[in-house]
Design a protein around this ligand. Structure first.
Ligand code: CND
Ligand code: ZN
Ligand code: ZN
Length: 376
């Protein structure tokens, strides 16, 4: 490519600090170094985790930063030592890398990688810097992906090559929201046929949990949200009933216990609210219930519960990126989507041009959108 090895000037949505609108700026994107890949982003979804940074809920995030972690694009160029990926390939950047060599990567039960960005949390990629500059200032990277830019540079262990015919404006959701929710049901909870599930939070991730529960054969899927406008879509995607905790003046776990013969088999928290996490845990059956935490809580928030609640036989687990080993499974999920094993199109409620990114965040905050896909 003509741009290979050169600095690319392009547009990006820069986040200069919390509680400020994103600013579309011209940035410079340096060429990929050893084991890095430069990608032309074609489409990206807006996930609540991006909004957590904007609202200042994650105080460890450094600024300025380019957010976005649910994107898909086309490889522009690759650095030295990159194998299996070349310019022109369609790819999805990955929030959880897969080095293939560490203790987690070698354990079939784990999908984390020692080289993950959650632990690092310093706004850089693996060589501890980023390839972005704006007005002469270095700009940080988010979750190793940074997709709110026309071009991004990611580590080669954090990119999945996908099918040449994949529609990028749809499969971008496989980069986070869809895979996270769907996998939480399939991989982390291992939902069994005939079981009863409760999903707290019916955004893009929660609705994807519902899709997963349905595919796994759950017989009851109870959607829980304080925004009743989310109920119709939840039912369309597989919820058998939907309830609003605000309609009750007693502890919500008691309501669910009555409805489900003493508690659900699987409870999913997909909001990021520690009180709801506690409520989900007590809503799971005392002898055999499993609770999965998917939501990202604000920094320093603490969950608190009497340990006896677990002693009787409950299980509490967490799930990042739905338990998928990213580089192995993302290409397969894209093929499963193309083969109509599941349909994620209904999660996309809005499509906007990249320059309308702030409008996209507004739709999320107003509870009007499930997923807005921005096209670049
Ligand atoms: P989104 O904001 O679209 O959905 C959250 C839903 O929860 C909304 O429908 C709200 O109305 C509802 N809600 C809010 N408060 C309550 C409450 N007290 N009781 C009941 N319902 C409530 O978010 P999203 O679906 O994009 O993301 C959901 C969470 O998942 C969020 O915390 C995000 O940061 C997290 C997440 C986790 C991971 C992972 O790998 N674990 C990846 N991406 C996002
Ligand atoms: Zn996300
Ligand atoms: Zn690894």
């Amino acid at each position: 490519m003509a741009t290979s090895g050169k600095i690319i000037k392009c547009k990006a949505a820069v986040c200069w600090g919390p509680n400020k609108p994103l600013s579309i700026e011209e940035i410079e994107v340096a060429p990929p170094k050893d084991h890095e890949v430069r990608i032309k982003i074609v489409a990206t979804g807006i996930c609540r985790s991006d909004e957590h940074v904007l609202s200042g809920a994650l105080d460890y995030v450094k600024f300025p930063i380019i957010l976005g972690h649910e994107g898909a694009g086309i490889v522009e160029s690759v650095g030295s030592s990159v194998t299996g990926i070349k310019a022109g390939d369609k790819v999805i950047p990955l929030i959880v890398p897969q080095c293939g060599k560490c203790r987690c990567c070698l354990n079939p039960e784990s999908n984390l990688c020692y080289k993950n960005y959650f632990g690092k949390c310093d706004g850089t990629i693996m060589d501890n810097s980023t390839r972005f500059t704006c007005k002469g200032i270095g700009v940080y990277n988010f979750l190793g992906t940074s997709t709110f830019t026309e071009y991004t540079v990611v580590d080669d262990i954090s990119v999945a090559k996908i099918h040449d015919d994949a529609p990028l404006d749809k499969v971008c959701l496989i980069g986070c929201g869809f895979s996270t929710g769907y996998g939480s049901a399939i991989n982390t909870a291992k939902v069994k046929p005939g079981s009863t599930c409760a999903v707290f939070g019916l955004g893009g991730v929660g609705l994807s949990v519902i899709i997963g529960c349905k595919v796994a054969g759950a017989s009851r899927i109870i959607g829980v949200d304080i925004n009743t406008n989310k109920f119709a879509k939840a039912k369309e995607l597989g919820a058998t009933e939907c309830i609003n905790p605000k309609d009750y003046d007693r502890p919500f776990n008691e309501v669910l216990a009555e409805m489900t013969d003493d508690g659900v088999d699987y409870a999913f928290e997909v909001i990021g609210n520690t009180e709801v996490m506690e409520s989900a845990l007590s809503s799971s059956h005392f002898g055999c219930g499993t609770t999965i935490i998917v939501g990202v809580a604000p920094s320093n928030a603490k969950m608190s519960f009497d340990p006896l609640i677990l002693l009787t036989g409950r299980t509490l687990k967490g799930s990042s990126f739905g338990g998928w080993k990213s580089r192995d499974h993302v290409p397969k999920l894209v093929c499963d989507y193309m083969n109509k094993k599941f349909n994620l199109d209904k999660l996309i409620t809005h499509k906007l041009g990249f320059e309308k990114i702030n409008e996209g965040f507004q739709l999320l905050c107003n509870g009007e959108s499930i997923r807005t896909v921005l096209t670049l």
